[in-house]
Write a protein that binds this ligand. Structure first.
Ligand SMILES: [Zn+2]
Length: 190
């Protein structure tokens, strides 16, 4: 697709969206948002919120970055959890994560900005050759651990549940294509 085609597609899709929704759809959301979940997931274009909610409008406060990391966007995660007080913080990893693959392959030649984000993966992963999916799950466990430490006060007061999950759009775990597999609840393996 060239520039022109993409812009036309955006405009056309927006027109269809406005026709489909109508003004009433937006009325109750004019002044405030009330999401039920803070979602930290990967920027990967194959990861979509439709995997967990048919219509995620007003339900998910979303933070996306390469490798579904807390520290890359810590302020945004804090905003969802502490200001918006979402009862759930979900960290959603996914199969075939390019960030984890890049980390494992060695990323010394990457742009400084990309290196700075991948550096956050150092505590969770090492570069010894191993299965990418197991590294993706190791990173997920690490991100959950970071969240458990950051928000232990809310967890102890039973105000926050931290969900670690994996979006398996490659059906590596044979639960079906697009299966979201809950891995842990407040760090306890599901
Ligand atoms: Zn990814």
């Amino acid at each position: 697709m060239n520039f022109k085609n993409i812009i036309e597609l955006i405009i056309r899709n927006n027109e269809l969206f406005m026709e489909r929704t109508g003004a009433d759809f937006f009325t109750e959301y004019q002044e405030k948002q009330s999401p039920v979940m803070t979602l930290v997931t990967c920027s990967d274009s194959r990861v979509q919120s439709e995997a967990i909610f048919d219509n995620a409008f007003n339900l998910i406060f979303t933070i996306r970055n390469i490798g579904n990391q807390i520290y890359s966007n810590e302020g945004s995660v804090d905003y969802g959890v502490r200001h918006l007080k979402t009862p759930i913080l979900m960290i959603l990893a996914h199969t075939d994560c390019g960030a984890v693959k890049a980390f494992q392959a060695g990323y010394a030649n990457e742009l400084g900005s990309i290196k700075a984000e991948l550096d956050h993966l150092i505590p969770s992963l090492n570069t010894e050759a191993k299965n990418i999916t197991s590294s993706i799950l190791e990173n997920l466990d690490y991100q959950v651990k970071v969240a458990l430490e950051k928000y232990d006060d809310l967890i102890n007061d039973n105000k926050l549940l931290i969900v670690g999950a994996l979006y398996d759009f490659k059906n590596e775990f044979k639960g079906g294509y697009g299966n979201v597999i809950i891995q842990s609840l407040n760090g306890v393996k599901a």
